[in-house]
Design a protein around this ligand. Structure first.
Ligand code: ASP
Length: 298
């Protein structure tokens, strides 16, 4: 089994990842951690795009469960000598890994690589495609905070068009019964989305998820100055005041302070779940690695 999209998972598998993720979250807060169920397995991380949270949390998750973890140094690899991605995949496969975690700038790459591998492949972000483990960790964070997801109003705001986080989150949250509202500047909205303006999206929302402008995926600069973007499309304290009384703030990171979100809101100890999302990222990735490698451990 591979995890290339939220669609790769059945409802039961989603439930298992979320509930196990919550369990690993508590486990990770303990001082003694001695569950090494991935003992003897090898996990390869191959990240062809930059990453802090996703790469490190996959490394920690696999290590914490006892796997041997190897992170490919893409900058120093034979890709730089002209080797194709397919040949690289065949090379990695010949080393008999038990899981491959891949991030790539081109959408669809994890599925193409999965066709060449004998082990589970996990999509850690493919261009503007999907980022399924981010959506799973976001859903687990919401469930831990609210005790449920069904019926929550979740505003996802910013650069929706280029966001793999938005795409996976929308699929997952809607499957779990949340009301998803999308908002952003017209040029950063996908054609097929029912979108609204940010004020309507935030009003009464239980959770406001802000997204970074994916400048690396834009042909032209947007033109807006950071302050103007914040005022017109970002999360300001004034705007957030119209959300539900107990509303929370989320962001997959990295944050661009003063652009899509006011710095003080990101740091708000009562309202911001941003570092909690990072913590949940390790836990949910433990659950994902456990699920995907289960049949190799029988
Ligand atoms: N870290 C997330 C991603 O890789 C969001 C972002 O980069 O803005 O998609």
């Amino acid at each position: 089994m591979h995890l290339t999209s939220i669609d790769s998972l059945s409802d039961d598998q989603i439930e298992r990842v979320l509930s196990e993720g919550l369990r690993w979250f508590d486990y990770n807060r303990q001082r003694r951690r001695n569950d090494h169920r991935l003992d003897g397995l090898t996990v390869i991380n191959a990240f062809f795009e930059n990453s802090t949270r996703t790469l490190l949390s996959f490394e920690i998750a696999a290590n914490r469960l006892g796997a041997q973890v190897v992170t490919m140094q893409v900058e120093h690899s034979s890709i730089k000598k002209g080797e194709t991605l397919d040949d690289t995949a065949r090379t990695l496969n010949a080393m008999r890994p038990d899981a491959l975690v891949i991030r790539h700038g081109t959408g669809g790459t994890p599925s193409e690589v999965a066709a060449l591998m004998d082990c589970p492949v996990i999509n850690a972000g493919d261009g503007t495609g999907e980022h399924p483990t981010q959506a799973l960790l976001d859903a687990a964070t919401l469930r831990r905070h609210f005790g449920r997801i069904e019926g929550l109003k979740v505003a996802i705001c910013g650069d929706i068009r280029h966001s793999r986080v938005a795409r996976s989150n929308r699929k997952l949250l809607e499957r779990l019964g949340a009301e998803v509202r999308l908002a952003g500047p017209p040029s950063l909205l996908p054609e097929d989305a029912d979108a609204t303006d940010i004020d309507s999206a935030v009003a009464g929302a239980d959770a406001v998820m802000m997204l970074r402008i994916q400048r690396e995926r834009l042909a032209d600069d947007l033109g807006d100055l950071p302050g103007e973007f914040l005022e017109n499309y970002g999360l300001t304290a004034a705007r957030f005041a119209s959300a539900a009384p107990q509303a929370v703030i989320m962001h997959p990171g990295p944050i661009n302070r003063g652009v899509e979100i006011e710095g003080a809101l990101a740091d708000d100890p009562e309202r911001s779940l941003i570092t909690r999302q990072v913590e949940m990222g390790v836990a949910v990735r433990m659950a994902v690695l456990d699920l995907l490698t289960a049949d190799r451990r029988d």
